[in-house]
Design a protein around this ligand. Structure first.
Ligand code: HDE
Length: 710
């Protein structure tokens, strides 16, 4: 058995080898020459022309001129963190992969979360799918699980990916809108491509506006294979289950967070790790034996379908913990290069046509983005095991290969590097039988585009369904072509009549009884159009609780951010009564003061303010506490922003607690209508407040709170 604590430190050591830590060191050029002046260029006299001879200036400027590399075509905006993965129990029944059989290992990982559509500088709270890509540095090589926070994808065949992405990216004539699907070209494409419907409706749900990267599920999406030591294959879907539960913000909050803190998710991940509140996910397997491949009413190879957890339960097999922020964003988060084809023995592919296309795309994109086939030598991409092969040279080669031979077979080099037998860990592909005609076709078993979107919508709670209605109304409301909106209404009516009619009424339109052109134009010119039309829905399951995030368990209030609204003269005893239990429960308590710097409590002690009312907004907090203290409340009464803070917290259905004189302030806001609300705690016990925060939101308040014009 290996000591994997060593493995983790090996990866850290490996990264450190390339680290520059300037503490106590002299500045040098890139050639190691000590620099005496980095403020003035070399000139012919103090007021004279600059001289070409100034190699120090030229080195500095040239390096700067080339600092940017092309951003990712998709998933450009991302945030990363280091951590490790530990296995609960050997899964040797299913796979021979060391990370899934050796429970003594602590395998280092690097995870990059991302949005898809926006460019690198776009805002974190865009309505979008989130990427969830994990690099496992295993003893047998790198394994990348490159997934999303939704269990299905928009399209069934890699051939459609450029069309999908071109439609969602800013429109090419005017380069708007940034990081948004709410525009004509996206709905033009998806309304002609009904296979997109399932991912579309997930995109309209709360999953697309997460509270935190730490509160999202992750999915490998495609069906993969696990191969055990006997060579037997099982199908598998990979799941990440966050221990903090799955939580989202409301759309109104998302829009406001854009302005208040466009780095909201990046900051949240960084701060939680710095505070030692390490996010954790359990890795789940959904296993289907080979012989059950055709037992389902959908095709396991179709990436627009999920396997309901009620049909095949998710077995939680291990846990990932993220415990270290990157030292340098560019070197690590920007240069990390994922690839679904980075697998280890024991993990293999299926014929999912989207996965097959991805297996080509990711190396190709690294070549143009990172500029060299040596991207694997960048420290963040380097495996922890040794690399030996006959690949040589190319841009920015780091490895100094010794010896004369760079070919195989050879005798001069002693036949090395030699090949590994399968029993010694050599990779061999699963021998999937192929006996077919070469065709450019879509399997008929991929044709049902409506059953699973309908199942998803049915499985949501009432407020979640209402959010989908609002999202479609917003997105389609932003489109300008009536025929596109009509097509979408016609399609939505096939999922759920009420959904379609609510959206239609918000748009001021009727649901058309038929549409002109065939529904599905995402097919070849010679394809049988009739066969490709969506058939009737199959209701193989009434509801799947696992699809509603409301039913996904979470415990406690660890890492939740609580605002304490206060000014000079606030009641220290109220504050201490609440602060201690909140912090003991793991929450982060921050004073939002009537002014910056420090405020003085009624006992005369000074307390540091985290933000003044001028520099923050309610939307970046999970809950609000207002301690008493006459002077403090009087000062808050005079600040319109304090009332806005309370009204918004109410509107977004968050928990509020207040003590003694604070009731006067609450009565001066829309709070007066919500004093019986179960998540409004007036002069109550801290535990009641903690319970209310742990429920995330009191959705029962939502309808009434919509009237609040905050
Ligand atoms: Fe990707 N995808 N993708 N994708 N994808 C990229 O690779 C691509 C797909 C996903 O944080 C690119 O290194 C094609 C599905 C994530 O660095 C690129 C197709 C899923 C990330 C690419 C898909 C994903 C990427 C851009 C259809 C969920 C970010 C930069 C055949 C299972 C990884 C890069 C990171 C990134 C191509 C479909 C997830 C262009 C052609 C399905 C999380 O190669």
């Amino acid at each position: 058995m290996k000591d994997n604590k060593k493995e983790t430190s090996k990866k850290i050591e490996d990264l450190k080898k390339n680290t520059s830590n300037p503490k106590g060191k002299t500045m040098t050029t890139n050639q190691g020459l000590k620099v005496n002046d980095t403020n003035n260029s070399l000139k012919a006299g103090a007021r004279g022309a600059s001289l070409l001879e100034d190699f120090i200036l030229r080195e500095k400027i040239t390096h700067f001129d080339h600092e940017r590399i092309p951003e990712r075509i998709v998933h450009a905006r991302g945030s990363g963190a280091h951590g490790y993965f530990e296995l609960y129990e050997s899964q040797e029944k299913y796979t021979k992969a060391g990370i899934f059989t050796d429970t003594s290992r602590k395998t280092p990982v690097f995870v990059r979360f991302s949005t898809v559509a926006g460019s690198k500088g776009s805002a974190d709270l865009a309505r979008d799918v989130r990427g969830f890509a994990t690099k496992f540095y295993t003893d047998e090589g790198v394994f990348d699980l490159v997934g999303n926070n939704m269990p299905i994808f928009f399209i069934q065949d890699a051939m459609k990916f450029p069309d999908l992405i071109h439609s969602v990216k800013p429109e090419p004539d005017r380069e708007i809108p940034q990081a948004a699907s709410a525009h004509d070209t996206f709905y033009d494409f998806v309304s002609h491509t009904p296979e997109t419907l399932h991912n579309q409706i997930w995109l309209m749900s709360d999953r697309a506006i997460p509270r935190s990267f730490r509160m999202m599920e992750g999915f490998g999406i495609h069906t993969f294979r696990l191969i055990n030591a006997e060579g037997k294959s099982h199908f598998v879907k990979f799941h990440w289950k966050p221990l903090l539960g799955v939580k989202s913000v409301t759309w109104d909050e998302a829009v406001k967070i854009h302005g208040a803190d466009s780095d909201f998710h990046r900051r949240d991940l960084w701060d939680a790790i710095e505070a030692g509140q390490y996010p954790e996910w359990e890795l789940g397997f959904q296993i289907v034996p080979e012989e059950d491949e055709h037992k389902f009413d959908f095709d396991l190879l179709d990436p627009t379908k999920l396997i309901p957890e009620e049909m095949v339960p998710v077995q939680r097999i291990g846990k990932m913990t993220l415990n270290r922020n990157p030292d340098n964003f560019f070197a690590e988060t920007e240069q990390v290069a994922f690839h679904p084809g980075h697998v280890v023995p024991g993990i293999d592919f299926t014929n999912d046509p989207l996965l097959q296309g991805r297996l080509f795309s990711y190396t190709d994109t690294q070549l143009s983005r990172l500029g060299s086939p040596n991207f694997n030598e960048i420290p963040i991409n380097r495996p922890v095991n040794e690399i030996h092969n006959n690949q040589r040279d190319a841009h920015m080669r780091m490895t100094v290969n010794k010896g004369k031979t760079a070919y195989f077979p050879n005798s001069i080099g002693g036949g090395c590097p030699h090949l590994a037998k399968i029993a010694e860990g050599g990779f061999s592909h699963y021998e999937d039988r192929i006996d077919a005609k070469k065709v450019r076709e879509r399997s008929e078993s991929f044709n049902d585009h409506f059953s699973q979107p309908a199942l998803f919508y049915r499985s949501l709670t009432q407020h979640e369904q209402e959010h989908v209605v609002q999202a479609y109304s917003f997105e389609l409301g932003k489109c300008t072509y009536d025929h596109i909106k009509e097509r979408m209404l016609y399609i939505l009516a096939q999922i759920d009549e009420t959904l379609a009619s609510k959206v239609a009424s918000n748009l001021g339109m009727e649901i058309p009884s038929e549409i002109e052109r065939p529904l599905n134009q995402a097919i070849g010119a010679d394809a049988d159009v009739e066969k490709q039309q969506p058939g009737p829905k199959k209701n193989y399951l009434d509801k799947s609780e696992a699809l509603s995030q409301e039913f996904l368990p979470s415990e406690g209030i660890a890492t939740r951010k609580i605002a304490v609204l206060a000014g000079d003269g606030f009641s220290e005893s109220d504050y201490n009564k609440m602060k201690k239990p909140l912090e003991e429960a793991g929450a982060m308590v921050q004073i939002v003061g009537t002014h910056g710097g420090s405020i003085t409590c009624d006992k005369g002690d000074s307390h540091k303010v985290a933000h003044s009312l001028m520099t923050t907004e309610s939307v970046v907090f999970d809950a609000l506490y207002i301690p008493g203290g006459k002077k403090s409340i009087d000062a808050l009464m005079k600040q319109a922003k304090a009332k806005k803070f309370i009204n918004e917290t109410l509107k977004h259905c968050k928990a509020i607690a207040l003590d003694s004189e604070a009731e006067k302030l609450f009565d001066a806001t829309y709070g007066k209508d919500f004093k019986d609300d179960e998540a409004v705690i007036i002069n109550g016990k801290p535990q009641k407040f903690i319970d209310a925060i742990s429920k995330h939101r009191n959705w029962k308040r939502e309808k009434a709170a919509m009237e609040i014009p905050a």
